[in-house]
Design a protein around this ligand. Structure first.
Ligand code: FAD
Length: 447
């Protein structure tokens, strides 16, 4: 019987593992809960109207259409039985199981609200297309509201708080400011969008902590020049409909009145990590990621690999390169198993550097000891992002959308709907099972 590989997830880990197994004598089943391969680094551009969701999320099935040894299934994996070597998954309420000889778990990580999950009601995270579209609706509708509000209410509508000063928070804050100051500048009659406040908040003492002190300082300076207010050393103690409360290290408190909040801080390993840990005795780190062996397997299971954002491996950050390189490594291991050859040695991560954009024509790049800022860094950012977007069509349309935005400040993806705004919370209210009923044409019921 042909060797069977199951891959959970179609992010960087799952997709690159599938591709790296091309030509290997194994039947691959890739199971993911979305139909697409999402390029998370550009989610903030979907949220701020630069790109459409299709540009950063091509269909996995289409990307892999020519690779004959891969089958793609849309399904939510609920459990893995390590003893029986089975993956249990469902498509709405239709339940299935798939057997494997090798298993690659690339289920990624979600947002952590550091034990305050209720903050998510008012401050959505930034991990999925749904998150980005919800944020787009919240951001653009706040500007719409300001057109008819007055005084304090208008001020509240025009105050945006972004929590988390890592690359996502910096990019979001920069983009909301550019949206206000450039794209929307002349479109409203009753107020000037350039008055919008964007406040970037973090508990740590510098922006972009992973980029080192000097790039952090440089980024902070550029953000402030752009009009972003930066609050560092500030813990978020509460998030409500009305705003965000901060407590500073010196005990000072500040309440910021704001309708539109963005949560771009903290990651939490996918819940499948717990299932694997409970059955194998693997440890979970503080962020709920699976501590893997040096060959990326879990204890007692040389046939089960955890890669990407869900793995905890010394020196590997939760970035695309971590997922891509770990995916290629486990693919080599599986190929060796299939061919009856010795496995490659331990996984070694090569740091290819980090980059973040601050604004149009301005970015920071850190590669080893090299630190680059400004226009050259921005060109490098542009080139690399274009290279890693999957799909030729997506690359072409992304390039066109960027040309439009960079030359004219226009943004062609400014559609917002009420579904975007309330979908997440409405689905939570309807409860489990409602989507399966809708699929069958039945009315959904509340739990
Ligand atoms: C907003 C944002 C910006 C980022 N910017 C950068 C950047 O600039 N540079 C960089 O290098 N990295 C960046 N990253 C990090 C990078 O995107 C991740 O490190 C990378 O996506 C990890 O890949 P992964 O395959 O491990 O996980 P993911 O890409 O998260 O993929 C997980 C996959 O698993 C699927 N899945 C999850 N649970 C289940 C389940 N139960 N059943 C079935 N399928 C499931 C998901 O649908 C998805 O397909 C960013 C991340 C975010 C969120």
């Amino acid at each position: 019987m042909t060797h069977r590989t199951v891959i959970i997830g179609s992010g960087f880990g799952g997709l690159f593992a599938s591709k790296a197994l091309k030509g290997v004598e194994t039947d691959i089943t890739l199971i993911a809960k979305t139909t697409t391969h999402l390029f998370q680094p550009l989610l903030y551009q979907v949220a701020t109207g630069v790109l459409s969701e299709g540009e950063i999320a091509p269909t996995t099935r289409e990307i892999l259409r020519r690779q004959k040894n891969v089958g793609v299934l849309l399904g939510l994996v609920e459990n893995v039985d390590l003893e029986q070597r089975k993956v249990y998954w469902r498509f709405h309420d239709s339940r299935h199981e798939t057997e494997y000889d090798s298993l690659i778990v690339a289920a990624g990580a979600g947002q952590s609200f550091f034990g305050n999950d209720h903050f998510a009601t008012y401050a959505p995270g930034m991990k999925t297309i749904d998150d980005a579209l919800e944020l787009r609706a919240r951001i653009l509708k706040a500007f719409e509201m300001a057109e008819f509000l007055e005084g304090e209410d208008r001020r509240r509508a025009l105050t945006f708080v972004v929590v988390g000063a890592g690359p996502t928070g910096v990019e979001m804050a920069g983009q909301i400011r550019e949206l206000a100051a450039a794209t929307l500048a002349k479109e409203f009659r009753n107020y000037d969008p350039r008055d919008a406040r964007v406040i970037l908040v973090d508990a740590v003492d510098q922006v972009l902590p992973a980029f080192g002190e000097s790039l952090g300082k440089e980024t902070e300076r550029k953000l402030e020049k752009l009009g972003v207010e930066v609050r560092l050393g500030a813990f978020v103690t509460d998030v409500t409909d009305a705003g965000v409360t901060l407590k500073f290290k010196d005990g000072r408190e500040e309440h910021i009145e704001s309708f539109c909040k963005v949560w771009a801080a903290g990651v939490q390993g996918n819940e499948l990590g717990r299932t694997l840990a409970e059955q194998s005795g693997a440890e979970l780190d503080r962020a709920g990621r699976v501590v893997v062996n040096e060959d990326l397997t879990i204890p007692g299971h040389p046939e089960v690999f955890v890669i990407g954002d869900l793995m905890s491996f010394p020196g590997v950050p939760g970035v695309a390169q971590g997922a891509i390189q770990s995916a290629k490594h486990v693919a080599k291991t599986i190929a060796a198993d299939v061919e009856g050859k010795p496995r490659p040695g331990p996984f070694k991560y090569r740091d290819r550097g980090s980059m973040a954009t601050i604004a149009k024509f301005s970015a920071v790049v850190k590669v080893g000891k090299f630190e680059i800022t400004g226009f050259i860094a921005w060109v490098m950012w542009l080139f690399l992002h274009l290279l890693y977007i999957a799909g030729f069509k997506q690359r072409v349309t992304t390039l066109l959308s960027w040309a439009l935005t960079f030359i004219s400040n226009g943004r062609s993806q400014r559609v917002v709907t009420n579904q975007q705004l309330i979908g997440r919370l409405a689905i939570a209210r309807l409860g489990k099972g409602s989507s399966a009923k809708l699929m069958r044409g039945e009315p959904p019921q509340e739990d």
